[in-house]
Design a protein around this ligand. Structure first.
Ligand code: ADP
Ligand code: MG
Length: 556
């Protein structure tokens, strides 16, 4: 049988493909599963308009069978198959997608579910195989054909015997010795893992003959092994299920199964959007921060699926940094993907979804704060710092999203309070939101600077983290109330600055003190803010003493 050479462009593309487009070799299996699923979908859509066809779901499946001895991997589907011409067109010319043409031809809105559109997925097989054989019988033809290729030099097509409609793909798995090991793709367990990872939610069963061990009857510690056909994939993803049918436990199991974290999530958010942009998402607010959370090693992101097929493990674009702790996944049919499906175009759809998700997270946190304070405080212990960084970064641009989620320890309430709570109980004569900075609540309690304010009966927010003061500097005010450090020199408290009398009387003493420590302080004044302490440090401008310390310790 004469070999047909690949077109020159195809040749180059194939080389590129084998070597670089995909970063993980295992994704060839995802591509082949998606193609098989597309092929079954095509029969399904045909049956919708063709009365002579019935679609009996049980008849349609994908089967994966490894054979170690011959180092081959067989992948069969009962999909629509390919005619000889289609083999030429779809497998002979790289970047030609029969599935895209199908989508364009059928005006069916539902045709959206078909995954293929770039016409390169099939070639990823050559990343793991020396030789690829495709035997296919089309629904529209009585003859079957065999397509075969060993990679870049071309392919052959010849008539072949095949009883049933569908496609069998046989991969001769590479044997490169120790260097690059492909043996996992011949092992039951290895294949199962990859199928679960990428193709768990393909809507048709992916079957495998699995070895099962069972204790022998009447004999202890003796096992018998046998092969059993099992469906490896879940098929209906949890995010496509009806919320009312799902329990908290279902979501927790999903969280654990996906290894989003080892904790139990505090809250799940299940979103189904069916509008201009369609997507489903399940998001989790974790209970505790992973050990690397506040380090540069941490990578935020959500899993991204296109029609049930995993295309990205961590899509960072879906989450703002300040909600980087959120775990979960998004599935959409409407995303435009680039050829590798591993790098999304920064497109409008993704941005719209991201914005939508951000608002959902914000609203859910606000609801949690309102209705489930205990859990919110748990959350805030783990991730409050992140929210404060969020206010500080981007120069307060995210203020609207975050200010109502902030909490600080209160001098009067002796617990965490929100800014809204603070402002709502401010006495009429109080103009500012007062805060004091220090290493611990205890230390702040003992600060002389807090005395006058506390004496007035005003509430003081305690800032114990460096970021606190930076964050509120970005806010500048909350509900039109400005923030003021208790150590600033004008506290705006009645009579406070009426010091002239004392100062006049003790003129020389103050001058002498100022002289003695002139390298450390700018001025020495009499103050009314002191009750039980003889002396207090105050800062003159915008910046508190604590903040000055932080600024001075910062590398330039
Ligand atoms: P894409 O899926 O993006 O279209 P592929 O390279 O994965 O590109 O596949 C190319 C084309 O080959 C598909 O569009 C489809 O027409 C055809 N094809 C591949 N695998 C199968 C299969 N199992 N059954 C029927 N047709 C297939
Ligand atoms: Mg494909």
């Amino acid at each position: 049988m004469a070999k047909t050479e690949f077109k020159a462009e195809s040749k180059r593309l194939l080389e590129l493909m084998i070597n670089s487009i995909y970063s993980h070799k295992e994704i060839f299996l995802r591509e082949l599963m998606s193609n098989a699923s597309d092929a079954i979908d095509k029969i399904y859509y045909r049956a919708l308009t063709d009365d002579s066809l019935t679609f009996d779901k049980d008849q349609y499946y994908i089967k994966v069978t490894p054979d170690k001895e011959s180092r081959t991997l067989h992948i069969s589907d009962t999909g629509i198959g390919m005619t000889k011409d289609e083999m030429e067109d779809n497998l002979g010319i790289i970047a030609k997608s029969g599935s895209l043409a199908f989508k364009n031809e059928t005006e069916l809105q539902d045709g959206h579910d078909i995954i293929g559109q770039f016409g390169v997925g099939f070639y990823s097989s050559f990343m793991v195989a020396d030789q690829v054989t495709v035997i296919s019988k089309s629904l529209d033809s009585d003859e079957a054909y065999k397509w075969e290729s060993e990679g870049t030099d071309g392919y052959s097509i010849e008539p072949y015997e095949k009883e049933t409609v569908g496609t069998d793909i046989i991969l001769k798995i590479k044997d490169n010795g120790e260097e690059e090991n492909y043996d996992d793709f011949l092992e039951e367990q290895g294949l199962k893992t990859v199928i679960k990872k990428y193709s768990d939610f393909i809507r048709y069963p992916i079957k495998m003959d699995v070895t099962v061990q069972q204790p022998k009857e009447d004999e202890e510690d003796e096992y018998e092994e046998y092969q059993e056909e099992q469906t490896v994939n879940n098929m209906v993803p949890i995010w496509k299920k009806n919320k009312s049918e799902l329990t908290d436990e279902d979501y927790e199991n999903f969280y654990a199964e996906k290894r989003y974290g080892f904790d139990k999530p505090l809250k799940h958010i299940h979103i189904n959007v069916d509008g201009q942009i369609r997507y489903d998402a399940i998001l989790f607010i974790p209970e505790s921060a992973p050990p690397d959370y506040y380090t540069a090693d941490f990578e935020k992101g959500l899993e991204l699926y296109s029609s049930g097929v995993l295309i990205m493990n961590k899509s960072a674009d879906l989450l703002p940094d300040y909600f980087g702790f959120v775990k979960g996944m998004v599935d959409s049919e409407d995303l435009s993907l680039n050829i590798s499906r591993e790098m999304l175009q920064h497109d409008r759809q993704l941005k719209t979804i991201a914005k939508n998700i951000k608002n959902k997270i914000k609203n859910n946190l606000q609801t949690m704060l309102k209705n489930d304070r205990e859990n919110y405080e748990k959350f805030y212990k783990a991730f409050g710092r992140q929210l404060k960084f969020g206010v500080y970064n981007d120069f307060g641009m995210n203020k609207e999203d975050l200010q109502d989620l902030l909490m600080f320890y209160s001098s009067t309430e002796k617990k965490l309070v929100t800014l809204d709570e603070y402002v709502s109980r401010m006495p009429k004569d109080q103009t500012y939101i007062y805060y004091a900075s220090g290493n611990s609540y205890d230390k702040i309690d003992k600060l002389p600077q807090t005395e006058l304010v506390a004496d007035k009966g005003y509430e003081i927010l305690y800032f114990t983290e460096e970021v606190d003061e930076f964050a509120i500097k970005m806010l500048t005010n909350y509900k039109e109330k400005e923030f003021k450090s208790v150590s600033s020199s004008d506290l705006d408290i009645e009579n406070e600055d009426d010091n002239t009398e004392e100062e006049q009387e003790n003129k020389e003493v103050f001058a002498a003190m100022k002289e003695a420590i002139s390298d450390k302080v700018k001025d020495v004044k009499a103050s009314k803010r002191l009750k039980s302490h003889p002396v207090v440090l105050a800062s003159d401008g915008e910046i508190s003493i604590e903040m000055e310390k932080v600024l001075q310790s910062m590398p330039n």
